[in-house]
Design a protein around this ligand. Structure first.
Ligand code: NAG
Ligand code: NAG
Length: 260
C-alpha cells in the first residue's frame, strides 16, 4: 500500500514515544511484532458500540438510482449522469434500540432517503471525536498541531433501512429517546405538518472498523454477531481516548479505559 506524504509526516510525532512503522498505520502487523496488545475484534465491537451511543451525528452514504426516480414530493432535478454515484450526507442518529441498529428519523424528501426508496443500500460512517484535546500535545507543541485523528477510531455500518413498526416505536419510546439527543428534531417528528417522516432503523449487516494506527488498534471487519452481542454493561464499562481530561494521545491501549 502506498503511504501518502501526509501520513509520513505524522511519523516523527509518533516516533517520539513509540516505534510506529509506516506499514502499520493502516493495517495490522501480520505477526505479533507490535509492542502493544492489539484489541480483538470483539473488544473493538464494544468500543464501537460505545461510540454509536455517544455520537449524535453520522454520515449516511447512498447511491443515486439508475432510473431517474420522480418523486411526488419535489420537482427537484438532479444533474444528468449521477446514476451509481455515491453521496455521503450528515444526518442525526441515535442509539435507541438495544440491538445495535442505529435509529434514524427519515425525512422522505431528503436525498439519502430518496435514494433508499429507489433501492439503494446504505452505510453510516461514525468517527470518535474526543471532547478534550490531549494534554501532552498542548504542552509540548503549544497547540500548533491538531492531534492525529488518524490514530482515533472510526467505522462504517453497512446495511439497509427498515421501518420501525409503530408498536415497537411505542414500546421502546423511540421518540423520547431521539428528541433527548436531538431537541430540535421535535419539529420534524412523524405526523408533523411540514415534512413526511418516519422512524427507521439501519439494519446492520457488516461492520468495518479502523481503531487507530494498525500497530496498536484493530483494523478490519467486525463480525456482525459480535456487534449485536455487545451488552449495555459492556459498552458502559469502557472508555474512549479523550473522554476525560488529561489523556495521552499516544497511549496504546484504551480498551477498558486502561492507559498502558
Ligand atoms: C445491496 O447490498 C447487497 C449486498 O449486501 C447486494 O446484494 C445488493 O445488490 C445491493 N443492492 C443494491 C440496489 O445495490
Ligand atoms: C456473546 O456474549 C457472551 C457473553 O459476553 C459471550 O460468552 C459469547 O461468546 C458472545 N458471542 C459472540 C458471538 O460474540
Amino acid at each position: 500500500m502506498r503511504i501518502s506524504p501526509i501520513c509520513l509526516s505524522l511519523l516523527p510525532l509518533a516516533a517520539a514515544t513509540t516505534p510506529l512503522l509506516p506499514q502499520h498505520i493502516f493495517s495490522n502487523p501480520s505477526y505479533s511484532s507490535s509492542e502493544y496488545k492489539i484489541p480483538t475484534s470483539s473488544e473493538s465491537a464494544i468500543l464501537a458500540r460505545r461510540i454509536l451511543h455517544l455520537t449524535p451525528l453520522g454520515t449516511l452514504s447512498t447511491i443515486f438510482p439508475t432510473s431517474h426516480h420522480t418523486s411526488e414530493h419535489t420537482q427537484e432535478q438532479r444533474p444528468a449522469g449521477l446514476e451509481g454515484m455515491p453521496i455521503g450526507l450528515m444526518d442525526y442518529i441515535s442509539d435507541c434500540e438495544t440491538s445495535g441498529d442505529p435509529t434514524i428519523l427519515a425525512i422522505n424528501i431528503a436525498t439519502s432517503f430518496k435514494n433508499v426508496a429507489s433501492g439503494s443500500n446504505i452505510s453510516l460512517s461514525l468517527q470518535w471525536t474526543p471532547p478534550y484535546p490531549p494534554k501532552s500535545r498542548i504542552e509540548s507543541m503549544k497547540n500548533t498541531f491538531a492531534y492525529s485523528a488518524a490514530n482515533l477510531p472510526r467505522f462504517s455500518l453497512l446495511g439497509y433501512l427498515e421501518k420501525i413498526p409503530a408498536s415497537e416505536v411505542e414500546a421502546q419510546d423511540i421518540g423520547t429517546c431521539f428528541v433527548k439527543q436531538h431537541r430540535d428534531s421535535k419539529y420534524w417528528l412523524p405526523g408533523n405538518k411540514i415534512h413526511e417522516s418516519e422512524w427507521v432503523r439501519l439494519v446492520v449487516q457488516e461492520v468495518y472498523w479502523i481503531g487507530g494506527f494498525g500497530d496498536r488498534a484493530y483494523i478490519g471487519w467486525i463480525p456482525v454477531e459480535q456487534w449485536r452481542n455487545v451488552s449495555k454493561a459492556e459498552w458502559e464499562g469502557v472508555r474512549l481516548p479523550g473522554e476525560k481530561k488529561g489523556w495521552k494521545e499516544w497511549s496504546s491501549n484504551w480498551f477498558g479505559g486502561l492507559e498502558l
